[in-house]
Write a protein that binds this ligand. Structure first.
Ligand SMILES: C[S@@+](CC[C@H](N)C(=O)[O-])C[C@H]1O[C@@H](n2cnc3c(N)ncnc32)[C@H](O)[C@@H]1O
Length: 269
């Protein structure tokens, strides 16, 4: 039974962090001209209307993208992220929020391609209609864990996989570890970005993953952030992105940037 809908959470502080990291990774990989395959194992419906009933229920974007909306920043991670989100709101009013499929899509070059996996029927439908006829995008209606190894290695040898589960099921860590293990067997030098929440009273024990998969401190980079108190979402006090094979071009910049991230623009922290 799939109950999670990202429409209730779009644009929250966790999305801000995750999407800024994704953009930095894409841009670092695109410094080389050869085409890249991006895989989004848990895609969601791609574009969110922040005025919709779903988004308005808890108004999580108010603690996230809305706090940054009017900020002029030269921050190397936040400036490209804000520019991309602003591109979806050309009249200057924050209304539309791009999810990861739309973020990838916006950044595709003519020789890149995008694979989107999604399990929820309503979100599958949204993806199928949004990307109908788009030859750079393929949609796989099934579990991202089963699909990920099937689309690896990427045809041209270069790829980034975003793994962004809802973390609803008790089996999530085990499912993910097994899928990552099988993906790494097929594509050992791929870049993988795994998002996870930090929730009071719930220990995900993700540090077991690199141990089990034999990934050392070079291959496994865990970027964990805690939100400022006003940015917390119920019991969720922060989140993280664990990166496998982070491109060296952006590694140090991400390490430095995440250490200062609170979910708020610097003047407000
Ligand atoms: C956190 S949301 C994704 C948000 C999106 N990646 C973004 O950043 O905009 C998780 C999505 O995964 C979907 N989902 C849940 N289990 C899945 C599975 N095993 N395989 C693929 N999609 C799944 C849910 O329906 C939901 O749309």
């Amino acid at each position: 039974m799939l109950s999670y809908r990202h429409g209730f959470h779009a644009g929250n502080p966790a999305d801000v962090f995750k999407h800024a990291v994704v953009i930095a990774l894409v841009r670092a990989l695109q410094e080389k001209p050869r085409g890249i395959q991006f895989v989004d194992t848990h895609a969601g419906p791609a574009l969110y209307d922040l005025g919709s009933a779903m988004a308005q229920k808890n108004r999580e974007h108010e603690a996230g993208i809305a706090r940054w909306w009017s900020t002029a920043t030269s921050d190397p991670m936040m400036a490209p992220y804000l520019e991309l989100v602003r591109g979806f709101n050309p009249d200057g009013e924050l209304r539309h929020y791009p999810g990861s499929p739309m973020i990838f899509k916006s950044l595709l070059r003519s020789n890149d391609r995008l694979v989107l996996c999604e399990l929820h029927p309503a979100e599958q439908q949204a993806l199928l209609s949004r990307f109908a006829g788009d030859r750079q995008v393929s949609i796989r209606c099934g579990s991202g864990y089963a699909e990920m190894p099937r689309v690896l290695p990427p045809p041209g040898g270069r790829g980034l996989v975003l793994i962004d589960p809802p973390w609803e099921l008790k089996s999530e860590r085990e499912d993910l570890t097994m899928a990552l293990e099988s993906a790494l067997k097929r594509y050992a030098h791929g870049v993988y970005a795994l998002w996870y929440p930090l929730i009071e009273g719930r220990e995900l024990a993700l540090e077991r993953i690199p141990q089990r998969l034999g990934l050392d401190g070079e291959a496994w980079l865990d970027l964990r952030v805690e939100f400022a108190p006003a940015q917390r979402l119920g019991r969720m006090y922060g989140c993280g992105m664990a990166l496998v094979n982070c491109p060296y071009r952006v590694r140090q910049a991400l390490v430095d940037w995440h250490a200062a991230f609170t979910g708020l623009p610097p003047a407000e922290t």
